[in-house]
Design a protein around this ligand. Structure first.
Ligand code: ATP
Length: 275
């Protein structure tokens, strides 16, 4: 369980990025974090793993106060938090398996990691995870030979190889096409439920967030302005989060891309039928 209590962040520039944010995430819950640019989404995610220092407030992960840790204690706590990134952050010249095993680097000794001699248990887990994310046939491929969707699957497997207690996911689908985005969100949410893993997913795409997450938190100017079930995210709420003009523009953009995708699919079906 993750507890965020009265979290505040004001950057040295004076920007108040988080304004008294409190929330509790039970095991297995996937939260979609939405809000306009500059609302504080990345700051919130970074304050949880302390890549950004909160100005005030507390973050507790299964009873450990992450906000009071430093040095070795903080390093150990960070191992318990899996990160998944928009640009995958893989080591391109390493294989899929090596990238997944790099999720264990915080656990194995320097010498073992230097010689890449991981314990058998870690390797067995990596195989299992690669099977779960659908990459069993690509174990020895180099990361730079994979498609975007496959890379993100490696990113998911690497985060899980850490045996995390929390997943922080930053725009996991921003570099993917709509179909692959849905596949990745489906995989991610299924895995969280199977493993009772809580996750916070910073996501621009409101429709994807509504379709796949259990709960949505809307930030605006550093404040939580919505916290509820996806079906409660009405047009009125979205207008409050994004402002009328921006929400209309986003909505029209989303509808256009859905229509483009439907057109492309119809075209492909016709092509298939005539060949
Ligand atoms: N390192 C920094 N120094 C100063 N101000 C910052 C810094 N990082 C973010 N901010 C400010 O904090 C506020 C929140 O930024 P943040 O990046 O968390 O928003 P966001 O919701 O993730 O935006 P986006 O969707 O565009 O990534 C903004 O006003 C931003 O300008």
């Amino acid at each position: 369980m993750l507890d965020i209590i009265a979290l505040n962040k004001t950057y040295r520039t004076g920007d108040r990025a988080l304004d008294d944010v409190s929330l509790t995430l039970p095991k297995g819950q996937v939260v979609g974090l939405i809000g306009p640019s500059g609302a504080g989404k990345s700051t919130l995610i970074r304050c949880i793993n302390r890549l950004v220092e909160p100005s005030a407030g507390e973050v507790r992960l299964n009873g450990t106060a992450l906000t009071s840790l430093s040095g070795q204690g903080l390093r150990q706590a960070r191992r318990r938090i899996g990160m998944i990134f928009q640009e995958y952050a893989l080591v391109e010249r390493l294989t899929v398996m090596e990238n997944v095993l790099s999720g264990r680097l915080g656990y194995v000794s320097f010498w073992r990691s230097f010689t890449r001699r991981f314990p058998g248990r870690d390797i067995a887990r990596a195989y299992q995870l690669l099977e779960r994310v659908g990459l069993s046939d690509h174990v020895d491929k180099r990361a730079d030979a994979l498609s975007g969707g496959q890379r993100q699957r490696v990113g998911i497997a690497r985060a899980l190889e850490q045996e995390p207690e929390l997943l922080l996911v930053d725009e996991p689908t921003a570099s993917l096409d709509p179909r692959t985005s849905r596949q990745i969100m489906r995989l991610l949410t299924e895995i969280c439920r199977e493993n009772e893993l809580p996750a916070i997913v910073n996501i621009h795409d409101v429709l994807l967030a509504k379709q796949f997450t259990d709960r949505i938190i809307g930030l605006r100017a550093g404040k939580v302005v919505f916290d509820g079930r996806p079906e409660e995210l009405t047009e009125n709420v979205l207008t409050e989060i994004y402002g009328a003009e921006d929400w209309q523009a986003m909505r029209n953009g989303a509808m256009e891309s859905a229509e483009d995708e439907a057109d492309a699919r119809a075209q492909a079906t016709r092509l298939f039928e005539t060949t």
